[in-house]
Design a protein around this ligand. Structure first.
Ligand code: CP
Length: 314
């Protein structure tokens, strides 16, 4: 049976730590990895738009010496003729060694994993989960803070539909010494199922507020998110909520000097472009790290080991 990544909890914390260590090694010596996936093929099946996830997966596989195939919209596949997701994945698993898929329906990657003979990676399913963004976020936190424990993190924006938030809370709840502050409009609070599963069952306390300014001085990490237009059934409701939080340099005036501002991107206008110049804004580094952690994940799911470190004699 192939190993899949559908939910971040499919990986143990030891495995996550190992992926982070591998990604950091790739960052240090990328050339050592250039042939690890020679003659392997990655298929990217994106039934929903993407820039970072799809292209970072493709760049990751190409940098490992492998090849890529796939499609970037449902309309350009036989889905447009009525083919089911499972038949599509069954077909592609005959051509590729590993598949990364994004789908607007929650649970579609899990259904795909039931018929695939090759590893399936959930590259985002509706408003549910986005485990490879979480690996990217964890690598970013690790590189910025040197640890995945002992900090206060504020999640701000659309916590209801924000799949990156759901997966990251699930991942962090298995590490220790983390204080959680959820900042959102009342209509976009973190879903009860995420709170129950990740936090309440583990007796992890958390705070909820609508006021970002009030908690800003307490944060070590601020995880900003976009209000997810595509998940709203009601345009009026989206327009009313979309600008609930707009982070500007002025709003950071009483933030900690070593705050790390993360955002999975894309942004609309919840983070002012002027914030990009603040050294505490690390979301462009986060984008870059996404490729390296995906390189580590592809190797892991294909059962390929990192190349050994060779040291030359003096
Ligand atoms: N963070 C993220 O999933 O970005 P894309 O939608 O561009 O892939």
């Amino acid at each position: 049976m192939p190993r899949h990544l559908i939910d971040i909890t499919d990986l143990t914390t030891e495995e996550i730590d190992g992926l982070i260590a591998t990604a950091e090694d790739i960052l240090d010596r990328p050339d050592a990895y250039q042939d690890v996936c020679k003659r392997k093929q990655l298929a990217t099946l994106f039934f929903e738009p993407s820039t970072r996830t799809r292209l970072s997966f493709e760049s990751a596989m190409l940098s490992l010496g492998g090849n890529v195939l796939g499609f970037s919209s449902a309309e350009s596949s036989s889905t447009a003729k009525g083919e089911t997701v499972t038949d599509t994945v069954h077909t592609v698993s005959c051509y590729a060694d590993i598949i990364a898929m994004r789908h607007p329906k929650e649970g579609a990657p899990f259904a795909a994993s039931q018929v695939s003979e090759v590893p399936i990676i959930n590259a985002g399913d509706g408003g549910h989960n986005h485990p490879t963004q979480t690996l990217t976020d964890l690598l970013t936190i690790h590189r910025e803070r040197g640890s995945l424990s002992g900090f206060t993190i504020g999640f701000c924006g659309d916590l209801k539909f924000g799949r990156t938030v759901h997966s990251l809370v699930n991942a962090l709840s298995r590490y220790t010494g983390i204080r959680y502050i959820f900042i959102s409009p009342l209509e976009l609070k973190l879903p009860r199922y995420v709170k129950e599963h990740a936090l309440k069952q583990r007796n992890i306390p958390y705070e909820q507020t609508t006021d970002l300014s009030a908690v800003m001085p307490e944060l070590d990490i601020l995880y900003m998110t976009r209000v997810q237009k595509e998940r709203f059934f009601n345009e009026e409701e989206y327009l009313r909520l979309k600008d609930s939080y707009i982070l500007t340099p002025a709003k950071l005036s009483d933030a900690k000097p070593d705050l790390s501002i993360l955002h999975p991107l894309p942004r609309v206008n919840e983070v002012s472009v002027a914030v990009d110049r603040d050294p505490r804004a690390v979301y462009w580094k986060q984008v870059r790290y996404g490729k390296y952690i995906r390189m580590a994940l592809i190797m892991f799911l294909l059962g390929l080991t990192p190349p050994p470190v060779t040291t030359s004699l003096p």
